[in-house]
Design a protein around this ligand. Sequence first.
Ligand SMILES: [Zn+2]
Length: 315
Amino acid sequence: MRTPRHAALRLLALTAATATAFALVPAPTSSAAVPLERKGHVEQECYEPHADVATSARGGQVHDHREISAAEQRAVELRTERILSRTSARQQRAAVAAPIPVYVHVMAAKNGAGNVTDAQVAQQVAVLNEGFGGQENAAAANTGFTFTLAGTDRFFNDTWHRDGSSAKYRKATRLGGANALNIWLVDFNYLGIATFPWDYARNPGVDGIRVQFSSLPGGSTANYDQGKTATHEAGHWLGLYHTFQGGCTATNDEVGDTPAQSSPTSGCPAGRDSCTLPGLDPIHNYMDYSFDACYDQFTPGQSTRANQMFTAYRG
Ligand SMILES: [Zn+2]
């Protein structure tokens, strides 16, 4: 279990627009940050808020994804190995060769809050390509994945904007097949939430990632405004765990070249070393919780895993 249940829920910094929207008055367009303490919603679909190690005075928001127990983690590995044992290397290469179509669903409020621009959407897709292409650090892996915007649609629904009736709106709006990355841009208690590839067959209608709209490039979420939340969530969508999955264990995130971590990183603390196992914490890895400016890489091991996961479940 990677998340200490006893730890306090992370406090959230909501924008002024969000805070006033709660009071059911027209929201201003100002994005000045107003810290507001609020317990996170407990998601109804096996998601839950992450406890977090570093609640700064500013507050902040966290990435999240479905909780995975150690037993389920093991079962997923065995299932994936079985599928891949029936798949040739040629088939694996072919599976990831095609660009991933990206469908962006802008879930704006009736008053227009969250209605990000087409330019921001285009920049977001560019950020995905930079990250998965290994363009941010010479040591970063080029995973081979490329993303192409296949469509943007816009909805003006206050409930959906707040991620209400989440399963319903996702099923109503999702586009494409298993290989299509659907991104719903909402205003909620998280930076992002992702589904895993091995869950696609069981529940294809909700497959994709939900991302805080203000985390897009040019958004208003301080320190998380370069679009790398979507990179992190797309990592989950391709089967990657957090680098702190499993804590200080050899199994950890099932990837050999990401040193074990006891807990999520906050900010960008150079030299952090939270486990006695070899290696410093991978604070620059997209699958940690560091600030956007700190993120610059997936590892070769993560690239291999994501490619295998895509082949097994999305190819
Ligand atoms: Zn995550």
